[in-house]
Design a protein around this ligand. Structure first.
Ligand code: MG
Length: 339
């Protein structure tokens, strides 16, 4: 069945029927069915976080490569990762979608399943949104709310010279997956590296890791790596009015990326440096707090690596021989490609 056959009302009742949109939940005074969702305010000492992120067909994904479930998951994950970046917990998800009328209803079912499963995994509930038909490329826009204790709020702006720079997980897997997809097509890319393709399509927001990190009290600045280390580290440095050096040899690189990079004929270190859509956490940590932060994050089951340090000015990567050069790569949205 096509979207045009069931219409907007039909689609909404279908989403409700499939229990993607609850009519009640703790803290949700009124969900679907009114003109607006009604949510109880946070208790004293808690702040509300709001973030929004949009994925557009062809610009952000190729519809014949990503499944609708993966598309839903990735859309939600990008937003939940921004809540992690602030040290918070996700609470409510709002999803607005625009699809062509000839889209199969089952495709939209799967899209919502991905959005809802990603949210639920981290404690967030779908509380509303909008549906529309488009003539051209499809659009998925998620608005994500979250909560954070005032003293756990992390920003980009608190880094000071001497702080260590830590990252969770491994860098470059998602970009490695994307390059495999573009170069080989889906079937061959999957057989080359299922892990890299999954890293690209099913990123895992670092909520438990972020909560563990801010709980130590040693996080001076934090953000998530959505555009790649080369693009995102300068943002953190600008916000803090500092510089940084990272060491190429310390960048955490997975075995999967080494294998994939070999297949692509690209250096794994360059993929890790440019990166993009890894959704790992980038942190500036007070030097005396590095052991506590490392231990707290490792207890969640995720690795964490000290990749460099905050300096008074200038941003560089130091290569194996000791030579320093500017960071390369990273995603620039309006340029539309790796810059
Ligand atoms: Mg972000």
């Amino acid at each position: 069945m096509k979207l045009s056959e069931i219409g907007e009302e039909g689609l909404i009742s279908r989403i409700v029927q499939k229990r993607h949109l609850p009519s009640s939940a703790p803290g949700l005074v009124a969900g679907i069915g009114g003109d607006a969702a009604v949510i109880s305010p946070e208790s004293a000492g808690m702040l509300t976080l709001v973030t929004t992120d949009m994925l557009t067909e062809r610009t952000d994904y190729l519809p014949h490569q990503i499944t609708p479930y993966q598309l839903g998951w990735k859309s939600a994950a990008a937003n939940i990762s921004d809540i992690a970046a602030m040290g918070g917990l996700p609470t409510w998800t709002f999803a607005s979608i625009g699809f062509r009328p000839e889209t199969d209803v089952e495709y939209i079912d799967e899209l919502y399943r991905g959005i809802v499963e990603c949210g639920n995994r981290f404690g967030s509930i779908l509380a509303g949104g909008d549906t529309n038909s488009v003539l051209g490329d499809a659009v998925i826009s998620i608005t994500q709310l979250g909560r954070v204790e005032q003293n756990n709020l992390a920003r980009r702006s608190g880094a000071r010279p001497g702080d260590r720079i830590l990252v969770t997980g491994c860098l470059g897997d998602s970009l490695g997956g994307l390059y495999l997809l573009l170069r080989l097509g889906l079937a061959e890319a999957l057989s080359a590296s299922k892990n890299l393709i999954e890293a690209h399509f099913l990123p895992m927001p670092r909520i438990p890791e972020a909560r563990a990190a801010v709980g130590t009290g040693f996080i001076r600045a934090m953000m998530d790596l959505s555009d790649g280390l080369a693009a995102d580290l300068p943002k953190l440095c600008r916000a803090s009015g500092v510089g940084a050096v990272v060491y190429a040899e310390r960048l955490p690189i997975s075995n999967h990326l080494c294998t994939g990079a070999e297949r692509l004929g690209i250096s794994a270190a360059e993929l890790a440096e440019g990166g993009g859509e890894d959704y790992e956490l980038l942190m500036a940590v007070a030097p005396e707090g590095v052991p506590s932060v490392t231990q707290a994050i490792e207890e969640t089951g995720t690795r964490v690596t000290d990749i460099g340090e905050i300096l008074p000015g200038g941003i560089a990567i130091e290569l194996a021989g000791g030579e320093r050069r500017p960071l390369k790569g990273g995603w620039e949205h309006f340029a539309g490609e790796q810059s």
